[in-house]
Ligand binder design. Structure first.
Ligand code: AP5
Length: 225
């Protein structure tokens, strides 16, 4: 029997859209479990390249630290490599595409691979919610688990629930002036991506306000999962 990740015989390829800090990564974890899918987060791939000190990571870091977007050709190159490796695996794209040019590049790649996007799900909240969530986000530098000092604190202060690492960190781009720029960039360059998928008839919008569980319920309902 086909798994949920292969609904109607198709392999699920889902895009998560929404402003920085809306909860894309948080909801991607639930969707991965439900769909048996891989999460493909361009932010995580770039942060890994920065940690490893690769040339790509060194170039990307200056854009990320300023809250600007990494150039489209770099991002499309990364995604192209990953999608070729993943073949028929169900995929959740988190934080990609971020520009209309990236969305067009993804369509081209999907065509070359004989694949297609099923849905683009946009989580919607206002800017103040984003600022509050990002200012209180902490993450584990060892395993990448994400916490929130207000809505999702670790069980033991400053200790990762997942791997036990002591010393949770605040991302460099979660500082107030960088958050403000990420929001500006989002409204100027990424918000039009939702219109791109609306035009194709596969945009689904969900309110991102409320507890993590409430949002999860709405996301699953919107996708009929
Ligand atoms: P990226 O890592 O993609 O950052 P982002 O889109 O800004 O998204 P975040 O990871 O900040 O937030 P999220 O929506 O996943 O929220 P989360 O679940 O963590 O990108 C970083 C940078 O990389 C970019 O600025 C750019 O430079 C570069 N980049 C990446 N992709 C690129 C691309 N395609 N093109 C060009 N450049 C690219 O939740 C946030 C917090 O809120 C957490 O603390 C969480 O616990 C909490 N939370 C979640 N849900 C709730 C809830 N319902 N209620 C209360 N708290 C909640």
């Amino acid at each position: 029997m086909a798994g949920v990740g292969q609904l109607r015989g198709e392999t699920m390829r889902l895009i998560l859209l929404g402003p920085p800090g809306v909860g894309k990564g948080t909801q991607a974890q639930f969707l991965m479990d439900r769909l048996g899918a891989i999460q493909l987060s361009t932010g995580d791939l770039l942060r890994a390249a920065v940690r490893e000190g690769t040339e790509l990571g060194k170039d990307a870091k200056r854009y990320m630290d300023a809250g600007e977007l990494v150039p489209d050709d770099v991002i499309l190159g990364l995604i192209g490599e990953k999608m070729t490796e993943l073949k028929d695996q169900a995929v959740i794209f988190d934080g990609f595409p971020r520009t209309v040019a990236q969305a067009e590049g993804l369509d081209k790649l999907m065509g070359e691979l004989g694949q297609e996007i099923n849905n683009a799900l946009e989580l919607v909240v206002d800017d103040q919610v984003v600022i509050d969530r990002l200012s209180s986000r902490r993450s584990c530098p060892q395993c990448g688990a994400v916490f929130n000092l207000i809505s999702a604190p670790p069980k033991v202060e400053n200790v990762c629930d997942t791997c036990g690492h002591v010393g949770l960190i605040q991302r460099d781009d979660d500082k107030p002036d960088v958050i403000a720029n990420r929001l500006r960039v989002y409204h100027e360059q990424t918000a039009p991506v939702a219109d791109y998928y609306r035009g194709k008839g596969n945009l689904v919008q969900t309110d991102g306000l409320g507890t993590v569980d409430e949002v999860r319920g709405r996301v699953f309902e919107a996708l009929s999962l």
